[in-house]
Design a protein around this ligand. Structure first.
Ligand SMILES: Cc1cc2nc3c(=O)[nH]c(=O)nc-3n(C[C@H](O)[C@H](O)[C@H](O)COP(=O)(O)OP(=O)(O)OC[C@H]3O[C@@H](n4cnc5c(N)ncnc54)[C@H](O)[C@@H]3O)c2cc1C
Length: 160
C-alpha cells in the first residue's frame, strides 16, 4: 500500500490513456477550449502503435479489387493531421500495398514525438507514469473523475 498523501487536481476533461484514441480526444477537446489532462501509465504516448510496435498506420485508404488502382485516401480529420505530422518528421513511408488496400509504415519513436508536439501545442496537461486504478463516482449516476497511482504517489483527478 502506498502511504504517501493523496494529491488532488481538477480539470474539465480527463483522458485515460495516451494511445491513438486518447491523443485524438485530448487534442480535440483542448482545441475546443477545455482544460484537458491526459494520464498515461507508460512514460510516452502511443499505446499499441508505440509500446506495441504495431508498425503501420492502417485504415486510411479505400479497399479495391482493381490491382491497377492508386491509393485513394478516404479517412481524414485528426488521423490525417497525425499522419502528416509523422510524414514531416520523416517517420512514415509512402502508402504500400497491403491486401486489397494500402498501409503506411511508421517509426514508433517519431509517433511519440508527434503526439507530444500535438499535445503540447494544444495545451494538454500530460501526466506520464500514471495508472488509473479506479473511478470517482457520485452514486451510480455520475463519474466525477479517476483515481491514479503515479510515481509521486496517489492522485485524484476530478473532471467537470
Ligand atoms: C497485435 C496487433 C497488431 C496491430 N497492428 C496494427 C497495425 O499494424 N496498424 C494499425 O493501424 N493498427 C494495428 N493494430 C490496431 C491498433 O493497435 C489499435 O487500433 C490502436 O492501438 C487502438 O488505439 P487506442 O488508443 O484505442 O488503444 P491503445 O493503443 O491500446 O492505447 C491505450 C493506452 O492506454 C494506456 N492505458 C491502459 N490502461 C491504462 C490505465 N489503467 N491507466 C493509464 N493508462 C492506461 C496504455 O498504456 C495505452 O497507451 C493492431 C492491434 C493489435 C492487437
Amino acid at each position: 500500500m502506498d502511504v504517501r498523501s493523496r494529491s488532488r487536481i481538477s480539470t474539465d476533461v480527463v483522458v485515460a490513456g495516451g494511445g491513438a484514441a486518447g491523443v485524438a480526444a485530448a487534442v480535440t477537446a483542448a482545441r475546443a477550449g477545455l482544460r484537458v489532462t491526459l494520464v498515461e501509465r507508460y512514460g510516452f504516448c502511443g499505446g499499441g502503435a508505440v509500446a506495441g510496435l504495431s508498425g503501420t498506420v492502417c485504415g486510411l485508404y479505400e479497399a479495391t479489387d482493381n490491382r491497377q488502382a492508386r491509393p485513394r485516401q478516404v479517412v481524414f480529420g485528426f488521423a490525417d493531421e497525425f499522419v502528416r505530422a509523422l510524414d514531416v518528421r520523416g517517420g512514415l513511408t509512402a502508402p504500400l500495398p497491403y491486401g486489397k488496400t494500402w498501409t503506411r509504415v511508421h517509426d514508433p519513436l517519431v509517433w511519440r514525438e508527434a503526439a507530444d508536439a500535438l499535445l503540447r501545442d494544444a495545451g494538454v496537461e500530460v501526466i506520464y507514469h500514471a495508472t488509473v486504478t479506479g473511478v470517482l463516482s457520485e452514486g451510480e449516476e455520475r463519474i466525477e473523475g479517476v483515481a491514479l497511482w503515479t510515481k509521486q504517489g496517489p492522485l485524484e483527478v476530478r473532471a467537470g
